[in-house]
Design a protein. Structure first.
Length: 128
């Protein structure tokens, strides 16, 4: 099970972290995507910052559950944006961005599920 969770962590983190070049580097395809969403440049940069935080958290076992929750939230937004505004395919990518979002969501959801007891305990600490 440890190997499986590490595979999930690495897959999700690599996808999240490799897209940062496009977001922080203002790649034309990234700028176009966030322009379509009406949130360029702050949405692109803000998303990049959150993806950086999620990617790092996913790779640190103590914080994996937080990275998983952040990544799930981001991917709900990404998947929703693809389904409602951007389209499954963007800039001739054959749906690659959409599929990467789905993969990150599934990996993160599984990680959150595996750490649900700790997440519940964290919520109980917060809420008293």
């Amino acid at each position: 099970m440890k190997i499986f969770t590490w595979i999930l962590r690495i897959v999700a983190a690599v996808i999240l972290l490799q897209t940062l070049y496009f977001k922080f580097g203002a790649h034309p395809d990234s700028v176009d995507l966030f322009t379509k969403l009406g949130v360029e440049p702050w949405g692109r940069i803000g998303t990049g910052v959150m993806e950086l935080i999620a990617g790092i958290c996913l790779l640190v076992p103590k914080y994996t559950r937080y990275g998983a929750i952040i990544a799930m939230g981001l991917m709900v937004g990404a998947i929703g944006s693809h389904l409602t505004v951007i389209g499954i395919e963007h800039a001739g990518d054959g749906g690659t961005l959409f599929m990467m979002a789905v993969i990150v969501f599934v990996c993160s959801a599984l990680l959150a599920f595996f750490e649900k007891d700790q997440l519940i305990a964290d919520l109980k600490k917060i809420t008293g």
